[in-house]
Design a protein around this ligand. Structure first.
Ligand SMILES: [Zn+2]
Length: 66
């Protein structure tokens, strides 16, 4: 049971592209914007549309426990 396998999916509000992010991708490529409490971080993710899109989406993910 690995949380790392979980995928976040959303549709870009600007171009309609369906984005799919694994947790690892979010940690590597996302930009941390807000810490919400001890267990959650908001990441700002840029749309993956290969044609180019500058829309960003904010996604909350749980912090990894160590
Ligand atoms: Zn987009």
């Amino acid at each position: 049971m690995s949380d790392n396998e979980r995928t976040v999916q959303y549709t870009c509000l600007k171009c309609g592209y369906k984005n799919s992010w694994t947790r690892d991708e979010i940690l590597q490529r996302g930009q941390e914007v807000i810490y919400r409490g001890e267990n959650e971080v908001i990441y700002s993710l840029r749309c993956k549309n290969p044609k180019g899109c500058d829309q960003r989406m904010r996604i909350a993910i749980a912090r990894q426990e160590h």
